[in-house]
Design a protein around this ligand. Structure first.
Ligand SMILES: [Cu+2]
Length: 517
C-alpha cells in the first residue's frame, strides 16, 4: 500500500472532531456542556474458551484533541484505542496481526540498536500476563514486517488472576512511537460469574493515552511533543453514576513519556478530594483494599478503583501533574445523578491463590542489584566516562543526546543480562541513579514490592513500579512455569527505545507456548 492510496480511516472511539476546534492548544479547562458521554472501546469476548481475533494495523487519519487538522497515525482496526479483549483464566487468546503499513525502508537494522528505528515493523506484548515468553506467545523478539501477518497464541493458566491488563507493540526502537500513535488496548481477565464485584454496566475501562499522530518521531527529540490526555480516545467525557452506586474503574496508563506519570485524584465541585478504594494494582488483586484520595500511576501501570459517590453533584477525575512537562488535566467529568441506590462495597480483605503467598527469606536463592542510569552525569562511579559523546539537550529539535543505561550498558538484543533458574525466587534491588522517577517493568512474572514496616502478606504484587529519584526499590519474584527469554525495561518507552532495557533468560524444563500449565 502506498502512502497516497490510504483509504482506511481510524476514528477515535469518542469522535472528538467537533470539540477539538473549540480548544486552544494549551488550554485544559473545558466547558462541561460540550462533554460527551463516557464510552467504552469496541469489545471482543471469548467463546467456548477461545478469544479469536484479528488486528489490522494500518495508517489512518485521526482527529486528535487540540489539533486543527486530521493527523495520520498508525492504529488497529480503524480505532484508537484498539478493541478491549475480555477472556477468563484457563482460556486461550488467538490473535492474528496483519501489518498493512508500507515498508520501513532501510531503517530496521541491528546497527541502529538504540536509535529510534523500525517504525513500521511491529509485534504484540500482552502487558502483565503470566504466559509463555516463547513464540508464538509473548515473545517480544518477534518482528512482523510491513505487509506480513503473524498468528499469536496465548494460553492463560487456570490460576491466572482476574484483572486489568493491556496490550501494545514492543519492537525495540519503535515501541514508544507506536504506542503514542494510539496502538494499545485493554486486556481484561474476567472473574468467574459469581465473583464479579459490580455489574457489567458499572465496570469501566479508563485507557489513558497521549496521542501524537503527525510528528510522533519527534518523541525522540529534545522537545518531544505533548498532547492532551484522552480516555478511551475521548477528551474529557462525562461518566455518570447514581448516588450510592459502586463503579469499578480500571485505569490503564498507556502513555510513553515522563509527563505521562499521573497522580489520580477525584475532586468534588469545590475541589475537595474524594476517597476511592484501591482494590488491585497492575491487574493483581490486593489482599487488603486501600482507601486513598490520591494514587500515582506510572506509565505502563494499572490500578482498579471502586468508586461510590453518596452525594449527587458534579465531580472531576484529575490527572495531577507529577513530573515531566505535563500540567494538571481533567481526564473526565463525573456526574452523580438520578435515584439514589445503596450498594455495599465488597469485603475489605480477600484470600489470594497459593502461588501468591509471600516470598520468604529462605526461599531466596539469589540477590541482584540493577541500576538505572543516564549519561551524562546521572550515574554513580565512573560509568559515564565510557560514554564521552553523551550530551545534554541543547536545541529543541536535536535528537536526544543522553545515553540510557542499565548497569552501565545500553541494551543489546543478543546479550543475556540475567540468567535465572526456573521455579526459583530472587530478591532484586532496583536502584535509580538518575534525577527523575522511572517505572521499572518486567515481563511474564509479577513481583512483590517489599515495604519496610508492612507485613509481607500485604506487599503488593506488581509488574511495574516507580523508582524514586536517587533511591531504590527492593522486589522479590518467583520465576514460575515458563522458561524463555524476555525483557525488563523502563516503561517511559522513549527511554527503553533508546537503551534502558535488559534481557532476562529463565532456564529449566517447562511447558512451551500454547500449552496448559
Ligand atoms: Cu526511564
Amino acid at each position: 500500500m502506498s502512502n497516497q492510496k490510504l483509504t482506511r480511516r481510524c476514528f477515535l472511539t469518542g469522535g472528538v472532531t467537533a470539540i477539538a476546534a473549540l480548544l486552544a492548544p494549551r488550554e485544559i479547562a473545558f466547558p462541561q456542556a460540550a462533554s460527551e458521554a463516557f464510552k467504552q472501546p469496541p469489545l471482543e469476548t471469548s467463546k467456548d474458551g477461545v478469544l479469536q481475533t484479528h488486528l489490522h494495523l494500518a495508517y489512518a487519519d485521526v482527529s486528535i484533541p487540540g489539533r486543527k487538522r486530521l493527523e495520520r497515525t498508525r492504529c488497529y482496526n480503524g480505532s484508537v484505542p484498539g478493541p478491549t479483549l475480555r477472556l477468563r483464566a484457563g482460556e486461550e487468546l488467538r490473535l492474528k496481526v496483519s501489518n498493512e503499513l508500507p515498508a520501513d525502508g532501510e531503517h530496521c537494522g541491528k546497527e541502529q540498536m538504540n536509535q529510534p528505528h523500525c517504525f513500521n515493523t511491529t509485534n504484540i506484548h500482552t502487558h502483565g500476563l503470566h504466559v509463555s515468553p516463547q513464540a508464538p506467545s509473548d515473545h517480544t523478539f518477534v518482528r512482523i514486517a510491513p505487509q506480513s501477518q503473524y498468528e499469536y497464541c496465548f494460553k492463560l493458566p487456570e490460576k491466572h488472576p482476574a484483572g486489568t491488563f493491556w496490550y501494545h507493540p514492543h519492537v525495540h526502537g519503535s515501541t514508544g512511537l507506536q504506542t503514542m500513535n494510539g496502538m494499545s488496548g485493554a486486556l481484561i481477565i474476567e472473574e468467574p460469574e459469581n465473583e464479579k464485584l459490580v455489574p457489567e454496566a458499572s465496570d469501566l475501562v479508563w485507557l489513558v493515552q497521549e496521542l501524537i499522530g503527525t510528528g510522533a518521531e519527534k518523541l525522540y527529540s529534545c522537545d518531544h511533543p505533548h498532547a492532551p490526555y484522552t480516555v478511551n480516545g475521548q477528551f474529557q467525557p462525562t461518566v455518570t453514576l447514581r448516588p450510592g452506586e459502586v463503579q469499578r474503574w480500571r485505569f490503564i496508563n498507556a502513555t510513553a513519556t515522563p509527563g505521562g506519570y499521573m497522580d489520580l485524584q477525584l475532586l468534588d465541585s469545590r475541589n475537595r478530594r474524594q476517597p476511592f478504594m484501591v482494590i488491585a494494582m497492575d491487574g493483581y488483586p490486593l489482599r487488603r483494599r486501600l482507601q486513598r484520595t490520591s494514587y500515582v500511576l506510572p506509565p505502563g501501570g494499572r490500578v482498579d478503583f471502586l468508586v461510590r459517590l453518596g452525594q449527587p453533584g458534579k465531580y472531576t477525575m484529575l490527572k495531577r501533574r507529577f513530573q515531566g512537562q505535563s500540567r494538571d488535566q481533567v481526564l473526565a467529568f463525573v456526574e452523580s445523578t438520578g435515584r439514589p441506590v445503596n450498594t455495599t462495597l465488597p469485603a475489605t480483605t480477600r484470600s489470594l491463590p497459593p502461588f501468591l503467598k509471600p516470598i520468604t527469606d529462605d526461599e531466596i536463592v539469589k540477590r541482584r542489584v540493577v541500576r538505572f542510569q543516564i549519561c551524562p552525569d546521572q550515574a554513580r562511579g565512573g560509568v559515564c566516562k565510557n560514554f564521552p559523546a553523551a550530551k545534554l539537550c541543547q536545541r529543541g529539535d536535536d535528537p536526544v543526546g543522553n545515553v540510557f543505561l542499565i548497569d552501565g550498558k545500553p541494551y543489546d538484543l543478543d546479550r543475556v543480562d540475567h540468567t535465572v533458574k526456573l521455579g526459583t525466587a530472587e530478591e532484586w534491588e532496583i536502584v535509580n541513579e538518575t534525577g527523575a522517577e522511572h517505572p521499572f517493568h518486567i515481563h511474564i512474572n509479577h513481583f512483590q514490592v517489599m515495604q519496610p514496616g508492612v507485613a509481607p502478606e500485604y506487599w503488593p504484587w506488581r509488574d511495574t513500579v516507580s523508582l524514586p529519584t536517587e533511591r531504590s526499590v527492593k522486589i522479590r519474584s518467583r520465576f514460575l512455569d515458563y522458561p524463555g527469554r524476555f525483557v525488563l525495561h523502563c516503561h517511559i518507552l522513549l527511554h527503553s527505545d533508546l537503551g534502558m532495557m535488559q534481557n532476562v533468560e529463565v532456564v529449566g524444563d517447562g511447558p512451551g507456548p500454547c500449552t496448559v500449565v
